[in-house]
Design a binder for this molecule. Structure first.
Ligand SMILES: Cc1cc2nc3c(=O)[nH]c(=O)nc-3n(C[C@H](O)[C@H](O)[C@H](O)COP(=O)(O)OP(=O)(O)OC[C@H]3O[C@@H](n4cnc5c(N)ncnc54)[C@H](O)[C@@H]3O)c2cc1C
Length: 422
């Protein structure tokens, strides 16, 4: 099947694969480019603001902000949204194929498919753990946890009841710590009205390394996170030096201090192990143009070295001359830089190196609480930290998204509510 616009190379569209932070922001920054059609392809019908998935679980922020629909974000932008799953990319023929069989030829291509999960070859991990990456994961987790709490209220056997009330989190990186702190505050609010004893709730982080947040934060923020984990409404235990060996339905086996342990837990969350997206992995790009994790190496302009018409952003790419963490704040700035460079190329100018400014670390450390570290110097925590974290995310948003939330009025209200609580 031919793509909709096809006659000359100039008439071919800019095709953006993935509508996450990298892809959506590329699209939105291209919306004033009227000389070329733009197509954004995503497998889901709504954007997911992943750093706010915790707030989706707790209902601290409404679904419409965290997962605004692409048709609303792109309304009147002239950008075509295609709902579909990218299956293959032919870089030589400059064509993308979806699982539906639809094909799209392109003039410029933007690769922004994010990353997937690696289960590190651990038996049972894929089958018996839960992820926390999409809105679907969040709703499924909420339903599962509520169900386990309900069953616990009618379980007389103490060993069985404690297993129902135990949540194991594999991975003590930022996501593991944030979800642990969130659940430790949230679960008692669900369990107490059912007549349960919140002291029986147990959240356990299994961390292979000798400390939590090893790669992602400063020493000060790590200490703040540790003390925040101690002050939650349910107990959070951090078991350092724990190597998960196998996951079974309802139990995790791990090695710690040269001993084998088996922990009964009705809920096991997998928050570690980022893997390169299979479509990116399948590209015929030589090993010298990939990093150890198979991510694509890009030039400072975010172009692929051998395919200057192809750009890559976010979790699936890395610029070896200026490596950045795989975060939303990097991906959305790269999206803006790619849009700038595509416009330059279309106007016969040279692309310029992307610049990324890190705004500091923002971490959710419980319900209505965050810690924010700005410019490696200032740390603001607690409810004021949460207000700053939310308002920073509002600032992240591109104009259409901000207009969308402003029109509905509620996001500003959310922030005001947070500030009012301080
Ligand atoms: C729970 C959680 C919390 C986080 N917290 C923070 C934080 O506090 N701060 C921060 O900076 N970063 C945070 N991150 C990391 C951040 O979300 C990612 O680094 C960022 O989303 C990467 O952007 P991206 O555009 O590369 O990929 P994504 O935002 O993941 O977007 C990829 C898009 O591609 C689509 N897609 C994937 N495969 C296909 C396919 N085959 N066909 C079509 N579409 C496809 C997906 O649906 C998705 O929309 C967090 C991540 C998680 C999971």
């Amino acid at each position: 099947m031919r793509s909709p616009i096809h006659e000359t190379n100039d008439a071919l569209p800019i095709v953006i694969l993935g509508g996450g932070f990298g892809g959506l922001f590329t699209a939105l920054h291209l919306r004033d480019l009227h000389s070329c059609p733009i197509i954004l392809i995503d497998q889901s019908w709504s954007f997911v603001f992943k750093p706010l998935l915790y707030e989706l679980l707790t209902s601290e922020v409404k679904l419409e902000l965290i997962c605004p629909r692409y048709d609303q974000l792109l309304h009147n932008s002239g950008i075509t949204f295609v709902l579909g799953t990218v299956e293959a990319i032919d870089l030589d023929q400059k064509q993308v194929e979806l699982d539906s069989g639809l094909k799209y030829s392109y003039r410029h291509l933007v690769l922004a498919l994010g990353s997937t999960t690696s289960y590190l070859g651990i038996p049972g991990a894929k089958e018996h753990t839960r992820l926390f990456r999409t809105a679907y994961d969040v709703f499924a987790l909420a339903q599962h946890l509520r169900n386990r709490l309900q069953i616990a209220t009618q379980t007389e056997d103490i060993t069985e009841r404690l297993a129902l009330l135990t949540v194991v989190i594999v991975g003590g990186g930022a996501s593991g710590v944030e979800i642990a702190a969130t659940l430790a505050d949230l679960l008692p609010t669900w369990y107490i009205p059912l007549g349960g004893n919140p002291e029986e709730i147990r959240i356990v982080i299994l961390q292979r390394g000798d400390d939590i947040l090893k790669e992602s934060t400063s020493d000060r923020l790590r200490e703040t996170a540790k003390s925040a984990l101690k002050g939650r409404n349910a107990s959070v235990e951090v078991l350092l030096g724990s190597e998960v060996k196998e996951v079974h339905p309802g139990a995790v086996e791990f090695e710690r201090n040269e001993q084998q342990w088996r922990l009964a837990a009705a809920t096991v969350l997998w928050t570690t192990g980022n893997a390169t997206h299979p479509v990116i992995e399948a590209l015929p790009i030589a090993a010298e143009n990939r990093d150890k994790r198979d991510r694509l190496l890009v030039k400072p302009t975010l172009q692929l070295p051998d395919f200057p018409e192809v750009f890559a952003a976010g979790d699936c790419a890395i610029d070896p001359s200026n490596p950045q963490p795989a975060t939303a704040q990097v991906a959305y700035q790269q999206g803006a830089a790619i849009a700038h460079n595509i416009k330059a190329l279309i106007n016969g100018k040279s692309p310029t190196p992307a610049t990324v400014n890190l705004r500091g670390m923002l971490m959710k450390l419980g319900m209505h609480e965050s810690a924010v570290e700005i410019f490696d110097r200032y740390e603001i925590k607690g409810q004021l930290g949460q207000a700053i974290r939310l308002s920073t995310y509002l600032e992240f948003m591109p104009t259409p998204a901000r207009n969308f939330v402003n029109r509905t009025g509620w996001f500003a209200e959310e922030i005001l509510k947070q500030i009012a609580r301080v």
